[in-house]
Design a protein around this ligand. Structure first.
Ligand code: HEC
Length: 178
């Protein structure tokens, strides 16, 4: 089966006439693929993407990726940021909790989305457009595509699989057919 064969079954993002995308429905119920962590305290007080990065892929895209090893047209991946839990944090930002000393999730603090759509985003390398719904709650209801240099360029340069940072997502590495 090819990625194209599956594309009609893919749940697509919803866009408005002005080209903005709507906040996705229910991303916290998508398939959770990984949670990179860049504590502010280890990044000069302010990490570029604070702090936990919870990454979810829309389930129909996950199914297609599992079957074909490729991200289908229409793939949506959300990254929701949460702060590190505040609880008498040490200088390195860690806290002492029942399971040990480490980093624990606090509150939601940002939402970003990437969508692969080579028709709609012909000029974006790989067809991947990047959106930010803001870094405070409540998140914006809509978002416009970010300039290529702000987001896509770093993904193009450093992500392992088709602009997606699968090197940090064990769930996707394991789903990919060998
Ligand atoms: C300096 C490099 C860099 C830039 C610039 C960047 N990202 Fe990313 N992005 C990453 C890394 C690394 C990950 C892997 C997860 C993590 O560590 O957050 C990631 C993951 C993501 C993901 C999850 C899907 C995936 O591709 O892995 C989304 C969504 C995302 N970024 C959105 C954005 C948006 C929106 C922008 C622009 C505002 C942006 N990124 C700019 C490095 C970057």
């Amino acid at each position: 089966m090819t990625a194209e064969d599956k594309s009609s079954e893919i749940v697509h993002a919803s866009f408005n006439e002005d080209g903005s995308v709507n906040q996705p429905d229910g991303w916290r119920e998508w398939v959770f693929v990984g949670a990179p962590l860049t504590p502010n305290a280890l990044n000069g007080g302010e990490a570029p993407f604070p702090e936990f990065h919870n990454v979810y892929i829309e389930p129909s895209a996950y199914a297609a990726y599992s079957a074909t090893g490729e991200f289908p047209e229409g793939t949506q991946i959300a990254k929701e940021l949460t702060t590190v839990r505040e609880n008498n944090n040490a200088e390195n930002g860690s806290s002492q909790e029942v399971s040990g000393v480490g980093y624990f999730q606090g509150e939601f603090s940002g939402l970003e989305l990437t969508v692969k759509d080579n028709q709609r985003f012909k000029d974006e390398p790989g067809g991947w457009a990047y959106f930010s719904f803001g870094h405070s709650t409540p998140y914006g209801k809509t978002a416009t595509a970010m300039p290529t240099d702000s987001c896509n360029a770093c993904h193009a340069a450093s992500a392992d699989d088709d602009f997606v940072f699968t090197q940090f997502y064990p769930v996707l590495r394991n789903a990919k057919p060998k």
